[in-house]
Design a protein around this ligand. Structure first.
Ligand SMILES: [Zn+2]
Ligand SMILES: [Zn+2]
Length: 70
């Protein structure tokens, strides 16, 4: 789900994005999956767990505070 060629801002972000859940192949179904990275748009987002596929795009890393690429 994450592109190994992409370097994320910090280890927290990387490990959150690389989180793979055996129970939920779809990250939108997994309550432990809080962030998502879209390589197509080079965009980071917070997953809204309301049963849909809503994402709030974020401009700053919630863990280290880095400005994320847009
Ligand atoms: Zn970070
Ligand atoms: Zn899960």
């Amino acid at each position: 789900m994450s592109d190994p060629a992409v370097r994320h801002c910090c280890r927290q972000m990387t490990s959150r994005l690389e989180h793979v859940c055996a129970l939920h192949p779809n990250p939108f179904d997994c309550p432990d999956q809080v962030v998502i990275y879209s390589p197509r748009f080079r965009e980071y987002g917070l997953i809204i767990h309301d049963g849909g596929t809503g994402v709030i795009s974020i401009r700053f890393c919630p863990w280290c505070g880095s400005t994320l690429p847009v």
